[in-house]
Design a protein around this ligand. Structure first.
Ligand code: SF4
Ligand code: SF4
Ligand code: SF4
Length: 958
């Protein structure tokens, strides 16, 4: 923005504030003040345009009168309002990183002495000094960021700062203006090259990690000046620390990062509420300030708070904290609302619905919702890897909802009596393998009316879950109850029946469909020299023996190689067998945060005393009489990413290290094996993207390799759906979403508040706690609008559309005229829709950061321009006009232009090729007028799309 435009915006805002105050009779005085900000060098400040700006901010009488003349027509009472001609008499000098001390002092002295402005100088957090700052940031709070020496070298030094503050205080006193400090600016840290362009060497830290640092800078300076400094504060302020910071006497407080997160400005309500609670608890009628309390008292409070902030775990780096909730779901122009937890659940469990009922204490109804998509609620309630929780919208407010724990509780308190098997459809399914995938498919297929028979090589069902998950993670009863529910539906399981060539050929003859769900039963071996030692154990056999209490002697030094849940189970089981004597170490070739195991399994293992050695890749095993030696090559993270988005690891140039062990257990993945051969099977194994060949389906771990239990259950469900579709049957077992009757206002209120839930899942054991936790759910399946609340420029506009299905046609034009060809329907299914107000958007990308889809709202949503000029100047977008009581929506891109007019009776779509008249109610074609007769096929989808953009644009404009 140019200086003149900037002044114009200040003046517009100034007038609007006074008009609003008058209109709503908020009081005699307007309590808003404007603060100017400069951050350049003195030479820049002395430029003509900046001097003009100072002049106008001091006295805008001419411009104010001009604006009043314009406003009078729409607000005649403007002359009753006393609007001061001075827009601002105060300024903040935001010193840039690296600004020399003499420059800071010169600019501030100029502002105080020459411009007679009340002046605030914003200082950098590096004033704390390298030792203390790094101690707080890296040692106490464990943030893995590096503050370079350069940041301390080129920023203002502590002693210089003290001398500048004293000089400026004196100058301010002489000139009868006020002087204060603002703490703090952002902190320069090395660019870790995970988010920003790798070419940038620095990035700037703000928010949560900065708070304890800046508050300690404040304590240090305030102590130096005996508590007499006037400080305004800005660093990681939120609803939970605002009262404490205000209680230190700091005013005003600037809030920034917190308001750029979902909920946006509505988060302020909780600030006000918490300040009220503070005043009530302290029995005060106003906040502490230099006017009401002694400097020493405020200083004492500040020093105590500064110390507490360093110890407060709210500011600590959390290794496994989920950083964003973006999913793989594409973003469309319309209908984008969907719950990210559902998107990421392999069974697409209807989480918002079952949390809704759980929140009301209706655990039976909640269980019924769960059983619609989940054949293993009891088991998954205990051991699901809960990817849903990694994408829960709540992460951007406080912490993810404990979805799995709620499911676990609900599953123990509901019954499955409502499940009824329909009449047989006469189709026979043979399933090979009674693991989670096979049993899940059996469950859904039985509920669709198929005859299902399972063939299992073991004496029991449950596959790896039964054999390998230790009792300390999941008691067998949970699994048995899930299996019993499936068997009760009439699924027959033939135990002790391995499927060899003969049996497979027989099944192929007698079955309509076969589902191969054998799992991945064979452990991968460490492919390094020495791995065939008898003291290198198979993890599945070890876990199976552990479950049956047939434990091998492990010795005192156990090394587990691997980073998945099986490795964690093995390590924890080994630790238990050591009975407190010995050491278990997990060796993994990637970083801790990259381990595929669940965060809580890793934390559980750590809490039990298991050591972790990350970034070590095994290369050889050698052995002596009593010991094994695992030779490992140290690895390091590279700047490149793999296809899953993880940073790749590469060999470092450090020396190979040797780790001594009595036993090594390598849990590095599993292989798939079959006891028969078949052309369809061969085809499926060669084409892992195919689910089916002929009548044979392949799924679960047998298709993907060893994955999670929920992935296998989801696969079983998908196979069942594929089979139903292939058999061309109507679904017998499906349910629509439940109507939750939450008003838009209630949605907004929920999204305004941060409510931390229980972090320790073991604490959620009672019905009231479950209800409370479930009530934190934001019902993201019904309402999103995140892009609206996070936009600092209010550039995303939400409107309510009327859902509609429009029958669509294409026009086939030839020399003889045209004919209509049916096209697929144009459907708007959701009420909540989004438009991007292109004039307001500065493409900062904040909406993209928080949108739960893979898309970018400011690019993917329809762009609407507010003025004819901005529409003309840009390449693509919409502009709404009104002509003779008709609305006309114009659209253009770099090669087409269209318009859609709304008259009393019709919509009229106009393009270079044709004009079409549609009915108002159903958008059915009434009349077509061709403008071109060249052969072509014309889609009419743009017309339907414009009909819905028009609805939003009208709401935006009027
Ligand atoms: S808030 Fe509720 S609906 Fe939204 S992601 Fe979390 S669990 Fe799912
Ligand atoms: S990119 Fe545009 S719409 Fe998105 S947050 Fe930034 S200004 Fe708002
Ligand atoms: S953030 Fe906006 S664009 Fe993204 S899903 Fe939500 S409403 Fe749609």
């Amino acid at each position: 923005m140019k200086i003149q435009q900037s002044f114009d915006e200040y003046l517009n805002a100034w007038i609007i504030i006074h008009v609003l105050n008058h209109k709503f009779d908020w009081g005699k005085n307007v309590d808003t003040i404007f603060n100017m900000s400069v951050g350049y060098n003195l030479e820049g400040i002395l430029q003509e345009n900046i001097q003009w700006f100072f002049e106008k901010m001091n006295n805008c009488a001419t411009e104010l009168n001009e604006k009043k003349n314009q406003i009078r027509a729409i607000y005649p009472q403007i002359d009753e309002i006393e609007i001061p001609t001075q827009l601002s008499n105060n300024i903040t000098l935001s010193t840039m990183h690296g600004c020399p001390a003499n420059e800071i002092e010169e600019i501030a002295l100029y502002l105080i002495e020459k411009k007679k402005l009340h002046t605030t100088v914003k200082l950098n957090p590096t004033l704390l000094g390298p030792e203390k700052l790094r101690f707080i940031l890296n040692t106490k709070l464990e943030w893995p960021v590096q503050v370079p020496d350069l940041a301390f070298e080129h920023d203002l030094k502590y002693n210089d700062a003290i001398s500048i503050i004293r000089n400026l205080e004196n100058a301010a006193q002489k000139n009868n203006v006020h002087f204060g400090l603002k703490l703090t600016n952002t902190l320069e840290v090395m660019n870790q090259k995970t988010v920003f362009d790798p070419k940038e060497t620095m990035m700037y830290l703000s928010g949560r990690a900065l708070h304890p640092i800046s508050i300690n800078v404040a304590a240090l300076l305030q102590k130096e000046f005996n508590g007499l400094l006037d400080i305004s504060f800005s660093a990681g302020i939120d609803a939970f620390n605002i009262s404490d910071v205000l209680a230190c006497g700091f005013q005003p407080i600037t809030v920034s990062t917190d308001l750029l997160k979902p909920g946006g400005y509505s988060r302020m309500a909780q600030y006000a509420k918490n300040i009220q609670h503070y005043l009530k608890a302290e029995n005060r009628i106003s906040l502490p300030s230099a006017k009401t309390e002694s400097p020493q008292l405020l200083l004492n409070r500040l020093e105590l708070y500064a110390q507490n902030a360093i110890e407060n775990k709210a500011y600590k780096y959390q290794v496994f904290e989920q950083k964003n909730i973006k999913t793989q779901r594409p973003l469309n122009s319309f209908d984008c609302t969907a719950a990210p937890c559902v998107d990421t659940c392999p069974t697409n469990q209807n989480i918002p619905d079952y949390l809704h009922f759980a929140a009301q204490g209706d655990f039976q109804k909640s269980f019924e919702v769960i059983l619609r998509n989940n054949a293993f609620p009891q088991t998954l309630g205990l051991v699901c890897e809960h990817t849903c929780q990694t994408k829960c919208t709540r992460i951007n407010y406080d912490n993810a909802i404990q979805i799995r724990e709620i499911k676990n509780f609900v599953s123990q308190h509901g019954n499955a009596d409502f499940l009824k098997v329909p009449e047989s459809n006469g189709l026979k399914i043979s399933i090979v393998g009674a693991g989670p995938a096979g049993l899940a498919a059996a469950y859904f297929l039985r509920l669709e009316g198929f005859e299902v028979e399972i063939y299992e090589r073991e004496k029991s069902a449950g596959g790896m879950v039964h054999k390998a998950i230790p009792h300390f993670r999941m008691p067998n009863n949970a699994l048995y109850e899930d299996i019993a529910r499936i068997e009760k539906l009439g699924v027959r399981i033939n135990f002790d029946t391995p499927v060899d060539q003969r049996l497979f050929d027989e099944l192929k003859q007698k079955s309509d469909y076969i589902f191969l769900a054998t799992g991945a039963q064979k452990m991968k071996k460490l492919a390094i020299p020495g791995a065939d030692s008898s003291r290198v154990l198979d993890p599945l056999k070890f876990l199976s023996d552990f479950k049956q209490q047939q434990n091998p002697l492990l010795g005192e030094k156990v090394i587990v190689v691997g980073g998945g849940n099986t490795a964690m189970d093995v390590a924890r089981a080994a630790k238990k067998l050591q009975n407190g004597v010995g050491k278990v170490t997990i060796v993994y070739r990637r970083a801790l945060a990259q381990m595929p195991a669940d965060a809580e399994e890793i934390m559980g293992a750590k809490e039990e005393g298991i050591a972790f050695l990350n970034l070590l890749s095994p290369v050889r095993i050698s052995q002596s009489e009593n010991s094994l030696f695992l030779l490992c090559k140290p690895m390091q993270l590279s700047e490149k990413r793999d296809q899953d988005g993880r940073l790749k690891v590469v060999e470092s140039n450090k020396n190979t290290i040797s780790l001594e062990a009595t036993t090594i257990i390598a849990a590095i993945g599993q292989d798939v094996v079959f006891d028969f051969e078949d052309d369809d099977l061969a085809h499926l194994l060669e084409n892992p993207k195919s689910l089916r060949s002929g009548k044979v389906f392949l799924g679960g771990d047998a298709r993907h390799g060893a994955a999670s239990i929920v992935q296998a259950v989801g696969d079983g469900q998908q196979m069942a759906k594929e089979i139903v579709a292939l058999a061309k049957l109507e679904h017998q077992f499906s349910f629509p979403s439940e109507e939750k009757n939450i008003s838009n206002l209630q949605h907004l209120q929920k999204r305004a508040e941060r409510i931390f839930g229980q972090e320790n899942h073991a604490l959620i054991a009672k019905a009231e706690q479950i209800m409370e936790e479930a009530a934190r759910c934001l019902a993201c399946d019904e309402y999103c609008n995140i892009c609206v609340s996070v936009c600092p420029n209010r550039a995303n506009f939400n409107y309510e559309a009327i859902p509609q299905k429009i029958e669509m046609f294409k026009l086939e034009v030839n020399s003889g005229g045209f004919r209509l060809i049916p096209d697929h329907d144009f459907v708007i299914a959701q009420k909540q829709q989004i438009l991007n107000i292109a004039d307001f958007c500065n493409e900062c990308g904040n909406c993209t950061t928080f949108c739960p889809t893979a898309g970018e709202p400011y690019r993917d949503k329809p762009h609407v321009y507010l003025t004819k000029e901005s529409f003309a100047q840009n390449v693509e977008g919409y502009f709404l006009e009104m002509h003779d009581a008709e609305f006309v929506l114009n659209y253009k891109n770099d090669h087409e232009r269209y318009s859609l007019s709304e008259t009393k009776q019709n919509f009229i779509f106009d393009s270079a090729a044709l004009e079409i008249r549609f009915t108002k109610e159903h958008f059915s074609i009434e009349e077509i007028h061709l403008k071109q007769d060249e052969e072509q096929i014309i889609s009419l989808r743009k017309a339907a799309e414009m009909r819905f953009v028009l609805e939003g644009a009208k709401k935006l404009a009027y």
